[in-house]
Structures are given as C-alpha cells and as structure tokens.
Design a protein around this ligand. Structure first.
Ligand SMILES: Cc1cc2nc3c(=O)[nH]c(=O)nc-3n(C[C@H](O)[C@H](O)[C@H](O)COP(=O)(O)OP(=O)(O)OC[C@H]3O[C@@H](n4cnc5c(N)ncnc54)[C@H](O)[C@@H]3O)c2cc1C
Length: 347
C-alpha cells in the first residue's frame, strides 16, 4: 500500500497536538506538522526526504521544503518559511486535486484572537481559496467598550467587581449569565461581559442587574418605616460602598437622604437603575483582547465525523478555525481537542 502523507498547520496549537498524536497512533503513515517542532522531533524516523518524495515533481517544491527544514532549526524565520512552503508546495498539490487521496492537509491555525502571540487568518484564506464558505469572524469572549463621553461618569468605578446578571440579544440569540462584572477605565469586563460579548451585536443594548437577588425598589418601599439607615448606608449593605457613592451621584440622589422621606417614584427609579441598567457598548477591545474568534469555517462545509471538507477531499479544518465557539469554562479547548481527535482518527 502506498503511504500517504499528512501535513498539519497550527504551530504549537491546541487542536493540532491531539490530531497529530492520533494520526500517528492510528497508522504508521508519514506525517509532518508544519511549524510544530516538537511533533516533528517525536517521529522516530522522520526525515525531510520523506516529504521531498511527495514534492519532488517540481523544483520549486523542493526548494520550499528545504526552507521548511531550515525553519525547524532556526525558529525566527519559521513563519515566513511555512507560508512560503504552502504557497508553492501545497497549493499546487491541491490545485491538481489530491492525487488518489494520498495526501492530507489539516488546518489547525486557530482564529484571529491575540495576533501578538501568532494568530493569523491563514485557515480562512485557504478556505476562501477553495471556495469554502466562512461565517464572518468577529472577536468573542472580549471586554466591551463605550463612547468615552458617555462612559466618563463611570470611569471613577474602574476596578470595582461584583456579581451581576447580564443579558443581551433576542429570542434564539439571547444570552443571559450570572457572573462577575468588572468596571474598567474604558468599559466593562470580567466573566459576565466576556460571556455576553458572544451574544452582543454591534449597536445592541446590554441589560445588567447589579443586585440580581433583590427587587431593590420594592425592598426600599416596603422598608420605609423599618430601614433606619440613610440611603447610602442602606445600599452599602448590599453593594460595594464606592459603587453606591458614585451611583447615587451619577443618578442624582443624595447619599444621606432618609429613605422614609423619599417618594415611591424616586425609589422605583433608583431600583430600576440598579436592577435593569441598560447600556449600549460602542465596540469591543477587539482581537487584541478577545479569548476566542466567533465565526470561521462554516460547519456545513465539513464532515461532522472527520472534519474533512466536503468540497476538497483531503483538506481538514479543526479547532478554532471552525465556526464553533463555546462559553468560558474549557469548552473551546474541548472543541479543539475533540475536533482534532476526529480528524486525527480519520487520516
Ligand atoms: C488569553 C486566552 C485565554 C483562553 N482561555 C480559555 C479557557 O480558559 N478555556 C477554553 O476553553 N479556551 C480558552 N481560550 C481559547 C482556546 O485557547 C482556543 O479556543 C484553543 O486554543 C484553539 O485551539 P486551536 O488549536 O484551534 O488554535 P490555537 O491553540 O490558537 O493554535 C493555533 C496555532 O496556529 C499557529 N498559526 C497561526 N497561523 C499560522 C500559520 N500561518 N502557519 C502555521 N501556524 C500558524 C498559531 O501560532 C497557534 O500556535 C483562551 C484563549 C486565549 C487567547
């Protein structure tokens, strides 16, 4: 039986490791994880000439592979060489159709999040090149920002964290989470906001309940005769004192007002501001801070069993390059590993 060859892209990534191990265990086929130095070292009989045999029909491919080999020894120029190798080596290979399905290529280069640590749009470009549909990528699990003139009153709250209930979106696309919220100088962050950012669409509102276990207005109205402390001290039993002080100032209430002297209408307005704070972000911190990328390779373009493209046999997409995004809590790692396993088993 002729050996087939596996090429993986996704330097030191999450998904690629799982896929690679399984591909090796499942078969004794030659495999090369491009840019994944430790994997290459783990193949006992790996020789660059093994992949040269695949590519030796064009001198240009050989040249690319020599560069690739050097890239593994010299870390710095590795990225340039990998991309060069793809352009002149894999592209013609797929262009011809993958002869007799002999070769497999797994794209595990992730999404666009955190370019500083090596994220690129490589998988998306390859998908476009082969006419594979993408769901428009955008930052997810990301802090949200506000127009600075609107946010100015809240800047003094930077550093305050508290548990809240946050919601956004509508109908099927509605998300709601009980998590911690963090005020920052530019906007809102913390797990609550990272989670909801995946449901938030540009221009849409967020609703935040700063005291989710209490109907604030009703509690204050019912307590008019029994709540002996002033407004500021009463609220400070339930919320951080600095938040109360600034919140009352922003909303135009006196912290030293006696609750008994306030009208029900005033207490309802205050209660609504705390139980249903409605605010409209003007954007996010972007890929610079996003933990994941929403969107990516359309799942309808891939086999659910193997992650192989239905249009281009032999071409696989795994991990975050695919339009699958989880909540905080390990779901994204889980997807990267699980899709890597599916692809790794099938090569
Ligand atoms: C700060 C942060 C915190 C996170 N926390 C969590 C968490 O707690 N739980 C969770 O489930 N998920 C978390 N994630 C998301 C999770 O890390 C990713 O979903 C997962 O690692 C995706 O795996 P992957 O293999 O698809 O991509 P990656 O692990 O991103 O690997 C892709 C690799 O491809 C390389 N690459 C890119 N372009 C090229 C190219 N042209 N050629 C060759 N190689 C290339 C990149 O350098 C990278 O090493 C976090 C992400 C970030 C950024």
């Amino acid at each position: 039986m002729r050996k087939h060859h596996l090429f993986q892209f996704g330097h030191a990534g999450t998904a690629v490791g799982a896929a690679f191990e399984l591909a090796l265990q499942a078969s004794q086929r030659r495999a090369c994880s491009i840019g994944h130095r430790c994997c290459v070292q783990r193949i006992p009989d790996f020789r660059f000439r093994d992949i040269e045999t695949v590519a030796n029909d064009t001198p240009a491919c050989l040249e690319a592979l020599r560069h690739l080999g050097r890239g593994h020894q010299q870390h710095a120029p590795e990225r340039r060489h990998r991309q060069f190798a793809f352009q002149i080596f894999l592209q013609p290979m797929f262009g011809r159709g993958i002869a007799g399905h002999r070769h497999r290529c797994q794209l595990a280069t992730g999404g666009l999040s955190i370019p500083k640590i090596g994220a690129t749009d490589f998988a998306y470009r390859i998908a476009r090149q082969f006419g594979i549909r993408l769901v428009e990528p955008r930052p997810g699990l990301v802090p949200l920002t506000f127009d600075m003139s609107e946010w100015q009153p809240f800047v003094a709250l930077a550093g305050i964290a508290l548990p809240v209930e946050i919601s956004a979106g509508e109908k099927k696309n509605r998300g709601s989470f009980r998590e911690d919220l963090l005020f920052t100088h530019r906007g809102l962050s913390g797990p609550a906001v990272l989670q909801i950012s995946s449901y938030w669409q540009s221009g849409a509102q967020l609703t935040i309940d700063l005291l989710p276990d209490m109907d604030v207005a009703q509690t204050l109205i019912d307590g008019k005769s029994t709540l002996k402390k002033n407004l500021g001290n009463t609220l400070s039993q339930w919320l951080p004192a600095r938040l109360v002080e600034e919140w009352l100032r922003i909303k135009g209430f006196q912290a030293d007002a006696r609750i008994a002297d306030m009208t029900d209408k005033q207490l309802r307005a205050l209660g609504t501001s705390l139980n249903a704070w409605v605010i409209t972000p003007d954007g996010s911190e972007g890929y610079r801070k996003a933990e994941v990328t929403l969107g990516g390779i359309d799942t309808r373009e891939l086999s659910q069993q193997t992650m192989m493209s239905t249009k281009v046999p032999g071409l696989y997409f795994i991990g975050e390059s695919v339009d699958v995004t989880g909540w905080l809590g390990g779901y994204n790692f889980q997807w990267a590993w699980a899709s890597g396993v599916a692809a790794g088993k099938s090569v």
